[in-house]
Design a protein around this ligand. Structure first.
Ligand code: GDP
Length: 440
């Protein structure tokens, strides 16, 4: 499940990561890829449209685009939005103090209702409950037999009534539970291949008769675009409390699973990942979103990196003192300055800075940053790390590559020379201080 969606999203993120700085066009193109990937996974088109719009809006901010790792930020936003789409937090099965509690399952035929009833019984039994299964699907002849067989396998009794109608069976199952000290009744209702009025009315009548604590709708993960019609009708008529997504282990594209929360506003409570009784899992939006995005704990790493920003800066400063000031450091510094609102922004925040700015007529040529950045980007790795190797020939090449003049490159070299000299002075000062305090 979700494999091809996962692959496509991972490719999109890899392309973004390869870019370093992101333009609006890069983000637009990534959002287009995400949109296509979701549509191909059969996620409802309206859900896709809203999802992409929300995600794009959050990605298109200066804060994201000009950050030190814009691609990582985009990935984090997509993850956040996906978690949100799936319901944010775990939604537990709500049981009351009433004995017996009643859980009623609804859904289309073949959606996996009967199997889900058994899995739920198994889960509750493991939690120390004593469930009773009630077979209220009297139309599919094998349904009650199937429930009886599966119930037998997990040691949970099945109540199938005595030729009564489904509402009577449901009602009688409650009495049966009281008589036999069972504390949860799981009512399996009938489904049809398509929604029909009689089936809906029957579900409504059963609900009225047994007043369930929880009504859960079972939705096949393979349901595609049609999901809106199916779940909306069930929501309107049965007002279910939550959803069980079945068949999430298959190779279906999973669009139904991704759309259902947004379409119904109801939480996904469980997912079923196989035919065996123990294959029902409590649904966790974050884990599912990470699974879809092919992530281990990348987010943890990103969050750490954010926390570590200061430590990184300290380390960079130490390295500069030790090894000298490189063009990469210069680039980092310029970008940091730009992020803080440019020279103007920083100067404006310093005491007396605003006055100085006013005296200059408010003018400060910030385009020098753009030019410097373009020149550094045109240097080879070796040149950036060891700017002293940049001779006349290299200067001419860098100027050509960055659309500047050799004089501009000279200026940049001069600035670098000044910074490096200053770094050298600081180095000898720290060395002297260390020697003075007896440290090596
Ligand atoms: P119902 O008509 O809604 O009661 O559906 P059933 O419970 O009879 O399930 C229909 C078919 O789907 C059966 O063959 C089940 O074994 C199968 N099925 C149900 N849930 C799952 C699941 O999570 N994974 C897989 N692989 N098959 C499932």
């Amino acid at each position: 499940m979700f494999n091809s969606l996962s692959d496509r999203l991972t490719d999109t993120f890899d392309r973004l990561r390869g870019k370093g700085k992101l333009t609006e066009a890069d983000i637009t193109s990534a959002m287009r890829d995400i949109r296509m990937a979701l549509l191909e996974a059969d996620v409802n088109f309206k859900v896709v449209k809203d999802f992409v719009a929300r995600t794009k809006e959050r990605c298109m901010t200066a804060e994201v685009m000009e950050s030190l790792s814009p691609a990582q930020n985009v990935v984090k936003i997509v993850l956040d939005e996906l978690i949100e789409l799936l319901g944010s937090t775990e939604s537990k099965l709500v049981l009351s103090n009433r004995i017996p509690n009643v859980i009623m399952l609804v859904g289309l035929q073949g959606s996996g209702k009967t199997t889900a009833a058994v899995k739920l019984a198994y889960l509750l039994k493991k939690q120390g409950k004593s469930p009773l299964l009630a077979a209220c699907d009297v139309y599919r002849p094998a349904a009650a037999d199937q429930l009886a067989t599966l119930g037998g396998e997990i040691g949970v009794p099945v109540f199938r009534g005595d030729g009564q109608n489904p509402v009577e069976i449901a009602r009688a199952s409650i009495r049966e539970a009281v008589d036999h000290m069972r504390d949860v009744v799981i009512v399996d209702t009938a489904g049809r291949l398509q929604i029909d009025e009689q089936m809906m009315q029957e579900a409504v009548d059963i609900k009225k008769a047994v007043k369930p604590d929880q009504v859960l709708m079972v939705v096949d993960a393979m349901t595609g675009q049609d999901i809106v019609n199916v779940v909306s009708t069930f929501a309107e008529r049965t007002d279910f409390d939550g959803v069980i997504i079945s068949k999430l282990d298959g190779d279906a594209r999973g669009g139904g699973a991704l759309s259902v929360r947004e379409v119904t506003g109801k939480p996904i409570k469980f997912v079923s990942m196989g035919e065996k009784p123990d294959s029902l899992e409590v649904f966790n939006p974050e884990r599912m979103a990470k699974r879809i995005l092919g992530m281990g704990d990348v987010i943890g790493i990103i969050e750490k990196a954010q926390e570590m920003a200061d430590v990184e800066q300290l380390e960079a400063a130490e390295r500069m003192l030790r090894e000298g000031f490189t063009m990469n450091d210069m680039l980092d510094q310029m970008r940091a300055v730009k992020k803080m609102g440019g020279m103007k922004g920083i100067l404006g925040m310093l005491p007396g800075g605003q006055k100085a700015l006013n005296q200059m007529g408010g003018n400060l040529d910030e385009s020098i940053f753009e030019r410097n950045e373009a020149m550094i980007m045109s240097m080879t790795k070796e040149e950036r790390e060891k700017p002293s190797i940049i001779n006349g020939q290299r200067r001419a090449r860098i100027a050509r590559g960055s659309g500047t003049t050799p004089a501009d490159v000279n200026n940049l070299m001069k600035q670098w020379g000044e910074m490096n000299k200053m770094m050298g002075k600081m180095r000898s000062m720290t060395q002297q201080a260390q020697a003075g305090s007896g440290k090596k």
